[in-house]
Design a binder for this molecule. Sequence first.
Ligand code: HEM
Length: 580
Amino acid sequence: AYTWPSPQYDALEGLLYEGRRPDGSSLAALVHPCRKRTQTLASVGAEWLRFAFHDSATHNVDDGTGGLDGSLVYELSRGENFGIGFTQTSADFELFPNKYISRADVIAIGAVHAVSTCGGPIIPFRGGRVDTFVAGGTGTPEPQQDIDTLTESFRKQGYTKEDMIKLVACGHTMGGVRSDDFPQLVPQVDGKAVIADFDTTMDFDNKIATEYLDGTTQNVLVKTDNVTMRADLRVFESDGNSTIRAMASADVFQSDCLDVLGRMLEKVPKGVSLTDEITLLPEKVTYAQFAIENGKLVYKTNLRLLQKLNTNPSASRVVTMFWCDRAGANKDCKGKTKSSVTVKKVPESPNISPVTLKLGYYLINYNFVVPIDANESIAKFWFEVDEGDGSKPTAYNNGGNNYVVDQDQVFFVPTLSKVDSISNNTGTVSRRGGGGGEPVGDFYKSYNLVVAVRDGTSPSRVYVDGYDSAVKAYAYAVQNTVDLQLDSSTTPIAGYKFYKGVFQSSGLQLTIDVKADADGQTYTQGFVGTAPLDNTVITDPGTINTDKMSTAGAISWREGWTFSLVFSLVAAAMFNWSPL
Ligand code: HEM
């Protein structure tokens, strides 16, 4: 079962169900709601699904090579990967990989979002795909191929003939053939580029099958006069139309697609093992960290709860964080337990991820900022949600383990750090495995990082391991270690002194592991984001209560009620959104 923290699970779950990076950049918003591109009017979802297929299609069951491994970005000059949709999709995806989410996982999550937002099933997602930086094998099917070649191509990918028919129907229910890419099949209209949709809807539905069967199909790969290019016709009739006939049922269509697309996303090279299925966490702790804000030491975190669509939590709900000190008279809650109510409630639109929306939920974040006395610090925390209706409060305590703060020796201080964009039009970067000489882009980022180290600790080394795979043109990830120096000019705050150093990255999603070697061990704050640094929105810490019991059921107080209610109204106004 899941326990916090599970950095890879947490990261994958976030991109899948929140649809965005921790800093707010949204992947899902590019495709949802089943969007068309402004310029080309192409279905973004169709482009993303095709992208996933073409990356996956190099899987070879005979030697275990290829599959969803991100190799497609190095294979775009091949005839079998023809089309502007691929270039646009690779640009969509390039911002989203990080240390725990490979480029191939982004491609798979993109396909899950695409199918789900256009009305298809929720394809179960497992993560852990491993990226390659070289082009893979060939063998992706092409429309001029005869049925034996097509069948062999799918066999090599690990599919039966029936699977092949299903996959083509499930893929070609979205999008179409472009005059730009296949002018011999689709002529321009009035001198303008067009897309000939495979069926009459943009949706992920059984129309691709029903229209084919009733003879009204507009699918170019069935109808074109250019008989050689009638790949879909050859595929669909290759078993006497029996599979496609079954798929005329809306239910069969959805369940067949769930099955074959699920398997398509799990075609990975031999040796890659995927995670368990990433399911939506009913409660999730995010952004847990020490911080120094307004010259004071605080501990910040966020409890994310699910809320059913079209419902609101009780207006009298009070969400409280409890914690035990790490040192002093109340160490490990031997004396008093501290608590503080949420300082801000932020409901998120269900639209943040089409998957969460389809599951029937939206998310509410309860932010906590609690003042910390460095001499007492914090050892572990948990939450209680009291609906204020007389029912027993619900405890969220990480399955009985509580949320453990593993160390307080070293942490990143965003509010004292800053980032500059530095123009850089001259350099080039080599793309691994070919291409080469890609422009670096117009700028790189220079991060002035400040890290707090507990006074009294005399570290032999304070350093930052940075990782950024969201780099232009799918070049190598930026990966570097920078040693930090004691900054004796900044007065220590709350028992912490500061170290600083500069990290440079041409990427767009730098995360850092902050480390201090001291007392014969390495203290680490892992996987910290570097946005928004000196633009961090600061919320004043809440008030500490020390006289409350810590066990669920024993809480009888209501202070903070008005406080939390006011904040929820402010949050609703600020975000100009309220749950339907
Ligand atoms: C026999 C195998 C297949 C052949 C010959 C084939 C061929 C094609 C061709 C020629 C296009 C038009 C591309 C363009 O104009 O840029 C296309 C589009 C598309 N294909 Fe396939 N395809 C096959 C299988 C699949 C599979 C298995 C999937 C996914 C499960 C898929 C998903 C798509 C999608 C979503 C589009 C629309 C893309 C868009 O509108 O941007 N295809 N396919």
